[in-house]
Write a protein that binds this ligand. Sequence first.
Ligand SMILES: [Zn+2]
Length: 383
Amino acid sequence: MKSIKFIFGILSFLLIGQSGLRAQYANQEQADKLNYTVEQAYETVQVKPVKGKKVKNVILMIGDGMGLTQISMAWVANQGKLNVDNFPYTGLARTYAGNKLITDSGAAGTAMATGQKTRYHSVGVDMDGNPLTSLTDLAHEKGLGTGVVVTCGLTDATPAAFCSNHADREQLEAIAAGYLNCNVDFIFGGGRTDFNKRSDERDLLKEMEERGYQLADSWADVEDYKGEKLFAVVDDGQLPLAKERGDVWQKAALKAIDELSKHKKGFFAMLEGSRIDDCGHWNDVPALMGEIFDFDQTIGKVLEWAEKDGETLVVVLADHETGGLTLLDGSIEAGQVEGHFSTGGHSGIVIPVFAYGPGASEFSGTYENTDVFRKIAELLKLQ
Ligand SMILES: [Zn+2]
């Protein structure tokens, strides 16, 4: 009798459990997009704090749309470890735009690149549309090497905020033309058609070459690169998602650092995990985990480089959160997570900032995203 009750109990648990699960999701496709279990968790690095005080180089790593939940979720999914765990200093930054509470990558990127809040959808210009000087411009003026390495198109908002100027981020051809006047030595990303399949029929790739850039259209070209200035546009649009992309962005980021470190006065590099944001817009947890893992694995390699170097400040942050994501359930042991999104757009919460290396303590506390510019400019003595 007892065993019959027991079996009945298990059966009803399974049935209710199953129907409960079905009720929770509109369909299997939605359930698949909100749940993720890791296949093979990756090992993380452990770096020691640096002792020196001199800030020679700054590596700014932006996870586009990477809020605190995205990081917490990736930590669970990677069975309780991330390279982000290494950072001794953390802070929170407010992201609102100059004319709107919920920002976009244009206004947020501009705030970090130039120290000024601007209009939603503006890149590298002030509230009135006037061009602003960015960290890459200032670093270049001081004789530092500069680099921008992203997984999106180079005309996309975040790289555009560091390399170009326009009141409307949608004007991709005009933003592409802005690269001709940028002060960046090592450029890597996608968005080729904005440079060479244009309504004005100009070939900006050729024009970049005339300005002293070595061109590259694949990782193989980048790997072999030994010049002074590189313009690598490796895809017509964005780079593919991490699953298909493999470790090409990781390698490009490390190559940029190796090349830029040849500058005797130091360097400033902006490395963006651009496609974290797309996965938030799609409300797709598995794709999101793939992007954050790629970003975090790159963080591990960058930290190991910075530990050896001893004069490099590494700052990891987001420009804004995407998806209004929450972590509802999961298992650290199984590397399993269940998420819930509250929007297909961005949210307005503060974003986490992680800092390692000389000057890192400056990034503790709560501040404006524009202060990220100010802190970096001060530490590198750019102003
Ligand atoms: Zn977005």
